[in-house]
Design a protein around this ligand. Structure first.
Ligand code: ATP
Ligand code: MG
Length: 359
């Protein structure tokens, strides 16, 4: 898949922008704070309906305006399609697919697929579990149509259960919440486990290649429930909520469930979070992100658009080369602050955009 054209109106620091991308490599270069990342953010937004750097949609609307609009013309092997998203201060997001308004904006998720890689992702192994859960959830949002829906239902009920725990327990209401959480949560856990199984196979092979066979990478899902069929996960999860209520009341929140789960990564048999060097951790993060590309290709039949935000300068030359030279069939949109870095690569077709103050 690739994006042919992007139009932005009142999005971040863009008043009105139209750009045409190339199927191959697209480079956005310019000084700091000009609007390079804003373009990647917009492209990522039409695929996930989320920003990779804020949970507040109103931050995406240009200061002093009340609505932001993103339109993208894209191409898949089946043909061209358009996605439009309207973000508004006063009302819910709206989305259109091929000019037709969708009843829920979230139905647009999964039409355009992207993988975004920014410097924060290089800390995927080092940071707390939130970033790794977000990594799995973002991926599953794109490839499993109901995943996003179940995740938001789960989070909503979780919030209500936590409020109930703090306010004082109403046993029958608590049981309703526990049943709902078990229903939605088992869907999340089941899909995450399946995803990690696929990810671990692809990632192991990729990581071997990137490290010239020196490192074996193993990924495992970490949580109270890490295997089983949907039905059995649901039953076990329900019991977990039931049995942990005393502990939950003491702590003041729901202590069990997929909201606490994590991924564990081992390099040559050793826990990478605690023992791997910074370079090893970054390379493993790169392998994880690149595996995302292969998984999306496997699930949808199309390569996603790869958005690389400022990561080149954070990687050594060998890893940079690997990124740009090994992904021949993937459309890449890349931000950098200096064009000098590009001369080292054997790229035939590229288009370069200079980004300056929202232009
Ligand atoms: P860097 O090289 O530092 O990463 P960049 O070119 O990626 O820079 P962006 O993150 O795209 O820069 O941001 C460009 C500018 O957009 C910033 O100066 C910021 O002040 C501005 N900006 C952010 N949000 C809004 C908004 N809602 N309305 C107007 N301007 C905004
Ligand atoms: Mg930036």
């Amino acid at each position: 898949m690739f994006i042919k054209e992007l139009e932005l109106i009142n999005f971040r620091n863009y008043l009105n922008l139209k750009i045409e991308f190339l199927k191959g490599l697209n480079v956005l270069y310019g000084q700091n704070a000009q609007g390079k990342t804003n373009v990647l953010e917009a492209i990522n937004f039409i695929s996930t309906l989320k920003s990779h750097r804020t949970s507040k949609d109103r931050e995406l609307i240009k200061w002093g305006k009340s609505k932001a609009y993103i339109k993208a013309n894209l191409n898949k092997s089946l043909g061209d399609f358009t996605v439009e998203v309207l973000i508004s201060e006063m009302s819910k997001k709206e989305a259109k697919l091929n000019g037709i308004k969708l009843s829920r904006a979230s139905e647009v998720i999964g039409n355009a697929n992207t993988v975004i890689f920014s410097p924060e992702d290089l800390r995927l192994l080092k940071d707390g579990p939130d970033i790794r859960r977000r990594f799995i959830d973002n991926e599953l949002n794109q490839i499993k149509p109901r995943y996003n829906y179940y995740l938001s239902l789960y989070n909503k009920v979780l919030l209500e259960r936590n409020n109930l725990i703090k306010k004082g327990i109403d046993k029958s209401l608590l049981d309703v919440y526990d049943q709902q959480l078990a229903e939605y949560g088992s869907f999340l856990i089941f899909n995450r486990i399946e995803f990690i199984k696929k990810l671990s196979i692809i990632c192991k092979l990729l990581h071997r290649k990137i490290t010239n066979g020196n490192e074996e990478l193993v990924i495992k899902y970490k949580g109270d429930i890490i295997d089983g069929e949907l039905k059995s996960i649901k039953e076990r999860l329900y019991s977990l909520y039931k049995n942990s209520i005393e502990e939950d009341i003491k702590k003041g929140y729901t202590s069990k469930g997929p909201q606490r789960d994590d991924i564990e990564v081992f390099i040559n048999g050793v826990d990478a979070k605690h023992y791997a060097s910074q370079g090893q951790q970054r390379t493993a993060a790169l392998s994880l992100k690149l595996s995302e590309i292969e998984i999306i290709k496997g699930e949808t039949g199309e390569y996603p658009i790869l958005l690389l935000d400022d990561v080149m300068s954070e990687l050594d030359l060998q890893r940079q080369k690997y990124l740009l030279d090994s992904l021949m069939d993937v459309q890449i949109i890349l931000t950098i602050t200096s064009l000098n870095d590009l001369e080292k690569f054997s790229i035939n077709r590229k288009r370069i955009f200079e980004v300056s103050n929202g232009n």
